[in-house]
Design a protein around this ligand. Structure first.
Ligand SMILES: Cc1cc2nc3c(=O)[nH]c(=O)nc-3n(C[C@H](O)[C@H](O)[C@H](O)COP(=O)(O)OP(=O)(O)OC[C@H]3O[C@@H](n4cnc5c(N)ncnc54)[C@H](O)[C@@H]3O)c2cc1C
Length: 280
């Protein structure tokens, strides 16, 4: 297997033309999959194209409209070390703090987490609640789309052959006073989410004027509940009001049983997580 290490985008696009080439960012998902493929005698890529040497795919830059542009090949640890992330995107910072362990955060990248498109991917609920967009580039040019359109199912994205996820663009969200992420796993650390919730709530005179709620691990992709968001409008964030909305969540959510938790447990926790918004 060849390993190619481009330094610039044109070199990267050319490397991706290599027959049987596959992109490698931190490798924390891909190398696990390749090890399994090797064990099971399935075909391996003929070439791995490393993204870590392409400087323009890293870092955080503020765009003219105040959005933050997060490099797709920035590692979770690099993003967490950047002051803008914790200041401006606290829900994403909270999610990345809980992603894996220090070695996984040192190697794994935001782009890898998104392109893996796992229902339990920790960066996805906060990015969806923020209304983030992705930037995709190839020899054919550059396009942008909503992250919610980019992820089309578990492990499936709209990425075309030869295309690279170059950046994630998170719009400013300063007028949301409540910004929250919580993950429930089977243990306190190094746990895959059993249920997670990212919430952004804008209050006017103490009442909800806009609510964006995004759950992870309760469906094939991040799940939004328009019924719950509508029911929160005009409410104060009291335990009573949130308890009522939690019941709406439980009526609408359709999780599955798997090795980590039963559907019933997930349904219960998906509603309960809302109660945290009362004490923030
Ligand atoms: C022990 C362990 C614990 C983990 N814990 C968690 C956890 O708690 N939460 C969680 O969400 N995940 C977890 N993961 C999964 C993984 O670490 C993350 O999803 C990580 O962000 C993947 O990033 P990566 O750079 O390593 O991706 P890679 O493995 O390099 O790539 C994954 C896939 O995305 C593609 N890809 C990567 N970057 C791009 C790009 N820029 N453009 C196009 N395609 C691209 C690759 O070709 C590959 O198909 C864990 C993994 C391990 C091994």
């Amino acid at each position: 297997m060849k390993v190619l290490t481009p330094r610039e985008l044109p070199e990267l696009f050319a490397a991706l033309e290599t027959p049987g080439a596959h992109m490698l960012a931190g490798g924390t998902d891909l190398l696990v999959r390749l090890r399994a493929a090797e064990r099971e005698g399935r075909a391996l890529p003929q070439a791995l194209v490393r993204l870590d040497g392409v400087a323009v795919l890293r870092g955080i830059v503020r765009e003219a409209d105040g959005s933050l542009r997060l490099g797709a090949a920035a590692t979770h640890a690099e993003l967490l070390a950047h002051p803008l992330l914790r200041q401006e995107l606290p829900e994403l910072a909270a999610a990345l703090c809980e992603l894996g362990s220090p070695p996984i955060r040192n190697m794994g990248t935001l782009g890898g987490n998104i392109c893996t498109a796992s229902p339990a991917g920790d960066s996805l609920p906060p990015l969806m609640a923020l209304g983030a967009e992705v930037e995709l580039a190839s020899l054919a040019g550059t396009r942008r789309m909503a992250l919610s359109d980019f992820i089309t199912g578990p492990g499936r994205t709209s990425l075309k052959p030869g295309e690279v996820l170059t950046a994630v663009i998170a719009p400013p969200a300063r007028n949301f006073q409540v910004r929250h992420f919580e993950k429930v796993g089977r243990r306190g650390a190094l746990a895959v989410a059993v249920v997670s919730l990212a919430a952004l709530v804008r209050l006017e005179r103490g009442r909800v004027a806009e609510a964006r709620l995004a759950w992870g691990s309760v469906g094939p992709t991040v799940w939004r509940c328009p019924e719950a968001e509508a029911a929160l409008m005009g409410q104060r964030l009291t335990l009573t009001a949130l308890g009522r909305v939690g019941a709406i969540v439980r009526e609408n959510v359709r999780p599955i049983d798997d090795i980590r938790a039963s559907a019933d447990y997930r349904r219960q926790v998906a509603g309960n997580l809302l109660l945290r918004l009362a004490v923030l």
